[in-house]
Design a binder for this molecule. Structure first.
Ligand SMILES: [Fe+2]
Length: 282
């Protein structure tokens, strides 16, 4: 398992409510200087005013980058860390936070819980949010601030009922670091504002290989290799269209439904209360 590696720092470690070993796992300098530079160069001239169309929470709208050329290589490196027990779905974008945004990230859990799709309030085209075990984030860019804080974990890594934002576990991710944390409420987390530079977060969801709902090919399977075989011959756009296309649509987040949800103007729990109850049985 990835957390048995010698270079894994366990800032927190206890089983989640489903019995899976969970925690906050840090791999310092997981991505090399050269790999960090690839992401930073790809975003050098990116205009932050561009908006991403597939988000249901306004916070994300101006923070999601376009697909990045070098990301697939880095996604494979992170997938190798998880292999063979765990997988993550394709992901070609990073989240950008700058000091001008004057905010970090609101406190949230990566999953509302297994089988809790009716409580989702963000787009889940891969149908993995209610199957996943961990969030996995790689950090790029030169930045200050942007610490992650875990409101239900104390400084020693123990589960609590909340010790307050100041006294809870804080992690200061640095350029090249990789952090994996539990997906559920005990590992609810937020991000402090970035005080200088640009912070790029390559954010992914991790689930057991056998829990893949059939929306993507698991890393290193013959089907996966067949899917990506023409990568070097294709443009980024052509490659992303193949790699990032779910093998089947999640009916909860079809194009029509996303537009309906967006038009409602609701966000978070209000959005899920109004629209998503019907997916309780799925
Ligand atoms: Fe998160």
């Amino acid at each position: 398992m990835f957390y048995d590696r010698e270079d894994c720092i366990k800032a927190s470690f206890f089983p989640d409510d489903y019995g899976t070993p969970s925690g906050v796992f840090i791999f310092k300098g997981f991505f090399t200087d050269e790999e960090c530079k690839m992401v930073e160069d790809a975003l050098k001239d990116y205009d932050l005013s561009d908006k991403y169309k597939d988000t249901l929470i306004n916070w994300y709208a101006n923070k999601v980058s376009p697909p990045l050329q070098p990301i697939h290589q880095l996604w494979e490196k992170a997938s190798e860390l998880l292999y063979p027990e765990y997988v993550m779905h394709p992901q070609a974008n990073v989240l950008i936070i700058t000091p001008e945004m004057n905010e970090g990230m609101f406190t949230h859990s990566d999953s509302p819980g297994k089988g809790e799709c009716h409580r989702l309030s963000q787009v889940d085209v891969w149908k993995t949010c209610c199957e996943l075990d961990y969030g996995l984030v790689g950090y790029f860019g030169d930045f200050e601030g942007g610490e992650i804080f875990y409101v239900n974990i104390d400084k020693d890594g123990n589960r609590t009922d909340g010790v307050g934002e100041e006294n809870c576990l804080h992690i200061k991710p640095e350029r090249g670091d990789l952090v994996i944390h539990g997906a559920f409420a005990p590992h609810a987390h937020g991000v402090k504002p970035v005080t200088s530079g640009r912070r790029y977060a390559f954010s992914n969801f991790v689930l057991k290989a056998e829990d893949n709902p059939g929306t993507f090919y698991n890393y290193k399977t013959p089907e996966y290799y067949d899917q990506i075989k023409d990568k070097d011959k294709l443009s980024l756009k052509e490659f992303v269209n193949i790699w990032m296309k779910p093998l089947k649509e999640n009916p909860q987040f079809s194009r029509d439904r996303i537009e309906k949800y967006q038009a409602s103007g609701l966000e978070g729990p209000e959005l899920s209360d109004k629209f998503m109850g019907e997916f309780k049985e799925h």
